[in-house]
Ligand binder design. Sequence first.
Ligand code: NDP
Length: 282
Amino acid sequence: MNTPLHFAVMGNPIQHSYSPLLHSLFAKQAGLDINYEKMLVPLEDFESAVHTFFEQGGKGLNITIPFKLRAHELARGNLSRRAQSAGSVNTLWMEEGQLHGCNTDGIGMVNDIRRQGIALEGKKILLLGAGGAARGVIMPLLESGCQQLQVVNRTAAKATELARQCQTNLPQYANIFRAGGFEHIQGQWDIVINATSSSLQHHTLPLPAGLFTQDSLAYDMIYTPDNNTPFLQQARKDGAGITSDGLGMLVYQGAESFFIWNHIRVNPVPVLETLRQQLISG
Ligand code: NDP
């Protein structure tokens, strides 16, 4: 009998993670025998825990809070373009004896938006926030063919720093990328993405009225059982016709990690439905 392939997610805290459920459902679809565990890693032990995991034959790791930057540092010799652009890593694996890292959050969000039948090509996109999650989605958004991307942040200097990095690393997009504070937001937008943690704190954002049309998508990276975060409520009141929380982003980033490790494309849609049901039933 073959030994199951071994995967894990490392974080601290980790009890909230849905990754074992996601990956067991992906593996079932793909007909793979896997063992995917949650690993609560003490803050001082992250690097040694990663090395031990792979020395013992582990096939792939997901990395979550607070270790994504340290995972980026660990795999710095072998980072994907997505990881380089995001400045953080959520997926690790070994190839020819070397640790490799990627960040699948950004492409996960883009694929989740497309799942909803929404094209990004030619769209005006407003990205709220300039933390790790915002940084991770910038390159996939720019490469999606959007017409304009504006990043705004409570601390405006962090947004302008992202624009400066874009100018250096992705100069071909510099003419469609803008940055500033919330006071710089003007006009109507096709897609507004909340990559701040405001909804987690049950805060609304200082957004001007008239941001959305009936065809606009408001997307919150945070998820709730009923797809109803404070940002999405605010957006609906302001006329947004389409709203989505970030549960699909979570599922699609997982599917992308699964593909990196196993070279198998799975269908995230039924997995997303199962996860939504699980959230609703508590
Ligand atoms: P960071 O701590 O790196 O950044 C937080 C961001 O939120 C900063 O831009 C910060 O602004 C802003 N912010 C925080 N509170 C407020 C507020 N009250 N009003 C306005 N802006 C605020 O966090 P991450 O970027 O890593 O994560 C952001 C969110 O995205 C988290 O809630 C996380 O759960 C979610 N996420 C979801 C994923 C998914 O798969 N669905 C994947 C990754 C992240 P400032 O710079 O001024 O402090």
